[in-house]
Design a protein around this ligand. Structure first.
Ligand code: NAP
Length: 284
Protein backbone atom coordinates (compact mmCIF):
# COMPACT_ATOMS: atom_id res chain seq x y z
CA UNK A 1 0.00 0.00 0.00
CA UNK A 2 1.46 3.35 -1.09
CA UNK A 3 0.32 6.32 1.00
CA UNK A 4 0.46 9.72 -0.74
CA UNK A 5 -1.11 13.17 -0.50
CA UNK A 6 -4.23 11.91 -2.26
CA UNK A 7 -4.81 8.88 -0.03
CA UNK A 8 -8.22 8.96 1.67
CA UNK A 9 -8.08 8.47 5.39
CA UNK A 10 -10.43 6.44 7.60
CA UNK A 11 -9.82 5.00 11.03
CA UNK A 12 -11.27 3.58 14.20
CA UNK A 13 -11.91 5.71 17.28
CA UNK A 14 -11.92 3.74 20.53
CA UNK A 15 -10.08 3.24 23.80
CA UNK A 16 -8.18 1.02 23.61
CA UNK A 17 -8.09 0.09 19.90
CA UNK A 18 -4.90 -1.97 19.77
CA UNK A 19 -6.89 -5.23 19.75
CA UNK A 20 -9.24 -4.20 16.92
CA UNK A 21 -9.37 -6.40 13.80
CA UNK A 22 -10.84 -3.56 11.74
CA UNK A 23 -7.55 -2.06 10.42
CA UNK A 24 -6.48 -5.46 9.03
CA UNK A 25 -9.92 -6.20 7.52
CA UNK A 26 -10.33 -2.78 5.88
CA UNK A 27 -6.77 -2.35 4.66
CA UNK A 28 -6.92 -5.81 3.03
CA UNK A 29 -10.19 -4.79 1.36
CA UNK A 30 -8.71 -1.50 0.10
CA UNK A 31 -5.65 -3.27 -1.31
CA UNK A 32 -7.85 -5.94 -2.95
CA UNK A 33 -10.01 -3.25 -4.62
CA UNK A 34 -6.93 -1.13 -5.52
CA UNK A 35 -8.45 1.83 -3.69
CA UNK A 36 -6.24 4.70 -2.51
CA UNK A 37 -7.46 4.51 1.09
CA UNK A 38 -5.80 3.81 4.41
CA UNK A 39 -7.40 2.72 7.70
CA UNK A 40 -5.62 3.64 10.93
CA UNK A 41 -6.21 2.96 14.64
CA UNK A 42 -7.15 6.20 16.44
CA UNK A 43 -6.87 5.66 20.21
CA UNK A 44 -8.96 8.38 21.87
CA UNK A 45 -9.20 8.71 25.65
CA UNK A 46 -12.74 9.33 26.90
CA UNK A 47 -12.02 12.97 27.86
CA UNK A 48 -10.69 13.73 24.35
CA UNK A 49 -13.66 12.72 22.22
CA UNK A 50 -14.88 16.21 21.21
CA UNK A 51 -11.38 17.23 20.09
CA UNK A 52 -10.93 13.95 18.22
CA UNK A 53 -14.20 14.40 16.30
CA UNK A 54 -13.23 17.94 15.30
CA UNK A 55 -9.82 16.56 14.37
CA UNK A 56 -11.41 14.13 11.89
CA UNK A 57 -13.01 17.06 10.10
CA UNK A 58 -9.91 19.27 10.31
CA UNK A 59 -7.61 16.52 9.04
CA UNK A 60 -9.83 15.75 6.07
CA UNK A 61 -10.86 12.21 7.04
CA UNK A 62 -13.40 10.47 4.80
CA UNK A 63 -14.96 8.62 7.72
CA UNK A 64 -14.37 6.49 10.76
CA UNK A 65 -15.56 3.56 12.77
CA UNK A 66 -16.40 4.05 16.42
CA UNK A 67 -16.01 1.42 19.09
CA UNK A 68 -16.09 0.96 22.86
CA UNK A 69 -16.42 3.21 24.87
CA UNK A 70 -17.48 5.96 22.43
CA UNK A 71 -20.42 4.49 20.47
CA UNK A 72 -23.04 6.39 22.47
CA UNK A 73 -21.07 9.45 23.60
CA UNK A 74 -20.05 10.38 20.06
CA UNK A 75 -23.65 10.97 18.95
CA UNK A 76 -23.84 14.46 20.40
CA UNK A 77 -20.88 15.62 18.31
CA UNK A 78 -22.33 14.58 14.94
CA UNK A 79 -24.33 16.71 12.49
CA UNK A 80 -26.79 13.98 11.49
CA UNK A 81 -27.76 10.56 12.81
CA UNK A 82 -29.39 8.00 10.56
CA UNK A 83 -32.67 6.45 11.72
CA UNK A 84 -31.34 2.98 12.59
CA UNK A 85 -28.46 4.47 14.58
CA UNK A 86 -30.97 6.66 16.38
CA UNK A 87 -33.11 3.63 17.26
CA UNK A 88 -30.04 1.59 18.26
CA UNK A 89 -28.89 4.50 20.44
CA UNK A 90 -25.35 4.07 19.14
CA UNK A 91 -23.13 4.98 16.19
CA UNK A 92 -20.37 2.69 14.93
CA UNK A 93 -19.70 4.36 11.56
CA UNK A 94 -19.24 7.99 10.54
CA UNK A 95 -19.14 9.35 7.01
CA UNK A 96 -17.80 12.87 6.46
CA UNK A 97 -19.40 14.57 3.46
CA UNK A 98 -18.88 18.28 2.72
CA UNK A 99 -17.51 18.67 6.26
CA UNK A 100 -20.73 17.21 7.69
CA UNK A 101 -20.42 14.25 10.06
CA UNK A 102 -23.16 11.65 9.58
CA UNK A 103 -23.57 8.75 12.03
CA UNK A 104 -24.71 5.24 11.11
CA UNK A 105 -25.08 1.93 12.89
CA UNK A 106 -23.83 -0.82 10.60
CA UNK A 107 -23.89 -3.37 13.49
CA UNK A 108 -27.70 -3.37 13.35
CA UNK A 109 -27.84 -3.43 9.55
CA UNK A 110 -24.97 -5.92 9.41
CA UNK A 111 -26.95 -8.41 11.48
CA UNK A 112 -30.01 -7.95 9.28
CA UNK A 113 -27.97 -8.35 6.07
CA UNK A 114 -26.36 -11.50 7.48
CA UNK A 115 -29.86 -12.92 8.16
CA UNK A 116 -30.98 -12.04 4.63
CA UNK A 117 -27.93 -13.70 3.09
CA UNK A 118 -28.96 -16.89 4.87
CA UNK A 119 -32.54 -16.35 3.64
CA UNK A 120 -33.89 -16.29 7.19
CA UNK A 121 -37.20 -14.46 7.19
CA UNK A 122 -37.99 -12.77 10.50
CA UNK A 123 -41.22 -10.96 9.61
CA UNK A 124 -44.08 -12.03 11.90
CA UNK A 125 -41.81 -14.46 13.74
CA UNK A 126 -41.44 -14.86 17.48
CA UNK A 127 -38.03 -13.52 18.43
CA UNK A 128 -36.19 -13.92 21.72
CA UNK A 129 -33.05 -11.90 22.38
CA UNK A 130 -30.93 -13.16 25.28
CA UNK A 131 -29.02 -10.24 26.78
CA UNK A 132 -30.01 -6.60 27.11
CA UNK A 133 -26.84 -4.63 26.34
CA UNK A 134 -25.74 -2.51 23.38
CA UNK A 135 -25.75 -5.35 20.84
CA UNK A 136 -29.28 -6.43 21.88
CA UNK A 137 -30.48 -2.87 21.35
CA UNK A 138 -28.89 -2.80 17.90
CA UNK A 139 -30.58 -6.10 17.01
CA UNK A 140 -34.01 -4.75 18.02
CA UNK A 141 -33.37 -1.59 16.00
CA UNK A 142 -32.43 -3.62 12.91
CA UNK A 143 -35.35 -5.99 13.33
CA UNK A 144 -37.81 -3.15 13.94
CA UNK A 145 -36.74 -1.64 10.59
CA UNK A 146 -37.44 -5.06 9.02
CA UNK A 147 -41.00 -5.12 10.33
CA UNK A 148 -40.66 -7.38 13.39
CA UNK A 149 -42.94 -6.08 16.13
CA UNK A 150 -42.95 -8.64 18.94
CA UNK A 151 -39.91 -9.38 21.02
CA UNK A 152 -38.98 -11.19 24.17
CA UNK A 153 -35.87 -9.78 25.82
CA UNK A 154 -34.22 -11.97 28.47
CA UNK A 155 -31.76 -10.64 31.05
CA UNK A 156 -30.38 -11.70 34.40
CA UNK A 157 -31.36 -8.27 35.72
CA UNK A 158 -34.98 -7.83 34.71
CA UNK A 159 -34.80 -4.00 34.93
CA UNK A 160 -32.32 -4.06 32.07
CA UNK A 161 -34.81 -5.94 29.88
CA UNK A 162 -37.66 -3.68 31.02
CA UNK A 163 -35.79 -0.62 29.71
CA UNK A 164 -36.37 -1.95 26.21
CA UNK A 165 -40.12 -1.28 26.60
CA UNK A 166 -39.31 2.44 26.89
CA UNK A 167 -36.54 2.40 24.29
CA UNK A 168 -38.89 0.87 21.69
CA UNK A 169 -42.37 2.19 22.45
CA UNK A 170 -43.48 1.32 18.89
CA UNK A 171 -42.78 -2.41 19.53
CA UNK A 172 -44.27 -5.00 21.81
CA UNK A 173 -41.43 -6.03 24.12
CA UNK A 174 -41.87 -8.64 26.83
CA UNK A 175 -39.05 -8.65 29.41
CA UNK A 176 -38.12 -12.08 30.78
CA UNK A 177 -35.97 -12.95 33.77
CA UNK A 178 -33.22 -15.35 32.76
CA UNK A 179 -32.79 -18.02 33.98
CA UNK A 180 -36.31 -18.74 35.25
CA UNK A 181 -39.10 -21.24 34.66
CA UNK A 182 -40.88 -18.56 32.58
CA UNK A 183 -37.79 -18.29 30.40
CA UNK A 184 -37.70 -22.08 29.89
CA UNK A 185 -41.32 -22.04 28.73
CA UNK A 186 -40.84 -19.07 26.39
CA UNK A 187 -37.62 -20.30 24.80
CA UNK A 188 -39.30 -23.54 23.70
CA UNK A 189 -41.87 -21.57 21.66
CA UNK A 190 -39.56 -19.20 19.79
CA UNK A 191 -38.87 -19.07 16.05
CA UNK A 192 -35.61 -17.11 16.48
CA UNK A 193 -33.28 -17.19 19.46
CA UNK A 194 -30.56 -14.55 19.34
CA UNK A 195 -27.83 -14.76 21.94
CA UNK A 196 -26.31 -11.33 22.75
CA UNK A 197 -24.15 -11.87 25.86
CA UNK A 198 -20.45 -12.85 26.05
CA UNK A 199 -21.21 -16.34 27.49
CA UNK A 200 -19.20 -18.89 25.51
CA UNK A 201 -16.78 -16.35 24.08
CA UNK A 202 -13.07 -17.25 23.81
CA UNK A 203 -11.46 -18.46 26.10
CA UNK A 204 -14.63 -19.72 27.89
CA UNK A 205 -15.45 -22.16 25.14
CA UNK A 206 -17.41 -24.69 27.23
CA UNK A 207 -19.96 -22.15 28.52
CA UNK A 208 -23.44 -21.90 27.05
CA UNK A 209 -26.45 -19.67 27.83
CA UNK A 210 -28.91 -22.60 27.39
CA UNK A 211 -28.70 -25.86 29.33
CA UNK A 212 -28.18 -28.93 27.10
CA UNK A 213 -31.60 -30.20 28.14
CA UNK A 214 -33.48 -27.18 26.71
CA UNK A 215 -35.91 -28.28 24.00
CA UNK A 216 -36.55 -25.77 21.23
CA UNK A 217 -39.16 -25.70 18.48
CA UNK A 218 -37.81 -27.99 15.74
CA UNK A 219 -37.87 -25.13 13.19
CA UNK A 220 -36.20 -22.62 15.57
CA UNK A 221 -33.18 -20.73 14.21
CA UNK A 222 -30.39 -20.07 16.73
CA UNK A 223 -28.04 -17.09 16.28
CA UNK A 224 -25.04 -16.22 18.41
CA UNK A 225 -23.44 -12.76 18.06
CA UNK A 226 -20.11 -14.11 19.33
CA UNK A 227 -17.60 -14.49 16.49
CA UNK A 228 -14.72 -16.03 18.41
CA UNK A 229 -15.10 -18.99 18.32
CA UNK A 230 -16.96 -19.16 14.99
CA UNK A 231 -19.05 -22.05 16.40
CA UNK A 232 -19.86 -21.48 20.06
CA UNK A 233 -21.01 -24.27 22.38
CA UNK A 234 -24.57 -22.93 21.94
CA UNK A 235 -24.35 -23.28 18.16
CA UNK A 236 -22.69 -26.71 18.36
CA UNK A 237 -25.56 -27.91 20.59
CA UNK A 238 -28.27 -26.38 18.38
CA UNK A 239 -26.67 -27.71 15.21
CA UNK A 240 -26.53 -31.21 16.72
CA UNK A 241 -30.27 -30.95 17.45
CA UNK A 242 -30.94 -30.14 13.78
CA UNK A 243 -31.51 -26.36 14.07
CA UNK A 244 -30.30 -23.81 11.54
CA UNK A 245 -27.60 -21.68 13.16
CA UNK A 246 -25.79 -18.42 12.45
CA UNK A 247 -22.67 -17.19 14.26
CA UNK A 248 -21.36 -13.65 14.72
CA UNK A 249 -18.64 -13.73 12.06
CA UNK A 250 -21.07 -12.89 9.24
CA UNK A 251 -22.37 -9.91 11.26
CA UNK A 252 -18.81 -8.74 11.96
CA UNK A 253 -17.94 -8.93 8.26
CA UNK A 254 -21.23 -7.31 7.18
CA UNK A 255 -20.88 -4.35 9.54
CA UNK A 256 -17.38 -3.80 8.11
CA UNK A 257 -18.60 -4.27 4.52
CA UNK A 258 -21.43 -1.75 4.99
CA UNK A 259 -18.98 0.79 6.46
CA UNK A 260 -16.61 0.21 3.50
CA UNK A 261 -19.49 0.83 1.08
CA UNK A 262 -20.55 3.94 2.96
CA UNK A 263 -17.05 5.48 2.56
CA UNK A 264 -16.09 4.26 -0.91
CA UNK A 265 -19.41 3.88 -2.74
CA UNK A 266 -18.11 0.53 -4.03
CA UNK A 267 -19.26 -3.02 -3.34
CA UNK A 268 -17.15 -4.47 -0.53
CA UNK A 269 -15.04 -7.60 -1.17
CA UNK A 270 -16.85 -9.69 1.46
CA UNK A 271 -14.98 -12.93 0.75
CA UNK A 272 -11.59 -11.24 1.31
CA UNK A 273 -12.86 -9.49 4.44
CA UNK A 274 -14.22 -12.74 5.86
CA UNK A 275 -10.97 -14.60 5.17
CA UNK A 276 -8.93 -11.90 6.92
CA UNK A 277 -11.34 -11.73 9.89
CA UNK A 278 -11.34 -15.52 10.30
CA UNK A 279 -7.54 -15.64 10.28
CA UNK A 280 -7.11 -13.09 13.11
CA UNK A 281 -8.71 -14.83 16.09
CA UNK A 282 -6.59 -16.34 18.80
CA UNK A 283 -6.93 -20.09 18.35
CA UNK A 284 -7.14 -22.78 21.03
P1 NAP B 1 -22.77 -5.28 26.64
O1 NAP B 1 -23.37 -3.98 26.20
O2 NAP B 1 -21.73 -5.32 27.69
O3 NAP B 1 -24.01 -6.21 27.09
C1 NAP B 1 -23.83 -7.55 27.47
C2 NAP B 1 -25.14 -8.13 27.98
O4 NAP B 1 -24.87 -9.48 28.39
C3 NAP B 1 -25.72 -7.43 29.20
O5 NAP B 1 -27.12 -7.56 29.20
C4 NAP B 1 -25.10 -8.24 30.36
O6 NAP B 1 -25.85 -8.20 31.54
C5 NAP B 1 -25.17 -9.63 29.79
N1 NAP B 1 -24.21 -10.54 30.41
C6 NAP B 1 -22.87 -10.44 30.39
N2 NAP B 1 -22.31 -11.49 31.04
C7 NAP B 1 -23.36 -12.24 31.49
C8 NAP B 1 -23.44 -13.45 32.24
N3 NAP B 1 -22.35 -14.10 32.65
N4 NAP B 1 -24.67 -13.95 32.51
C9 NAP B 1 -25.77 -13.31 32.10
N5 NAP B 1 -25.76 -12.15 31.39
C10 NAP B 1 -24.56 -11.64 31.09
O7 NAP B 1 -22.14 -6.06 25.40
P2 NAP B 1 -22.66 -6.03 23.88
O8 NAP B 1 -21.93 -4.97 23.15
O9 NAP B 1 -24.14 -6.03 23.91
O10 NAP B 1 -22.08 -7.42 23.33
C11 NAP B 1 -22.71 -8.65 23.63
C12 NAP B 1 -22.09 -9.76 22.81
O11 NAP B 1 -22.30 -9.52 21.41
C13 NAP B 1 -20.58 -9.89 22.98
O12 NAP B 1 -20.25 -11.25 23.02
C14 NAP B 1 -20.00 -9.26 21.73
O13 NAP B 1 -18.77 -9.82 21.36
C15 NAP B 1 -21.08 -9.62 20.72
N6 NAP B 1 -21.09 -8.67 19.57
C16 NAP B 1 -20.83 -9.16 18.34
C17 NAP B 1 -20.85 -8.32 17.24
C18 NAP B 1 -20.57 -8.87 15.87
O14 NAP B 1 -20.23 -8.12 14.96
N7 NAP B 1 -20.72 -10.17 15.67
C19 NAP B 1 -21.14 -6.95 17.39
C20 NAP B 1 -21.42 -6.47 18.69
C21 NAP B 1 -21.38 -7.35 19.78
P3 NAP B 1 -25.26 -7.45 32.87
O15 NAP B 1 -25.43 -5.98 32.60
O16 NAP B 1 -26.15 -7.99 33.93
O17 NAP B 1 -23.83 -7.85 32.99
Amino acid sequence: MMISGTTQKVGIIGWPVGHSFSPAIHNAAFVHCKLDYVYVPLPVEPGQLAQAVNGLRALGFTGANVTIPHKVAIMKYLDEIDETAHLAGAVNTIAIRQSKLIGYNTDANGFMTALKQRQFNVRDKRVLVIGAGGAARGILAGMASAGVENFFVAARHIEQARQFIHLFPQLSVQPVLWPSSEFQQIVSNMDFIIHATPIGMYPHLAETPLPMTTKLKQSAVVCDLIYNPVMTQLLIQANAEGHSVMGGLSMLVEQAALAFECWTGQVAPRVVMKQVAGSLFPKK
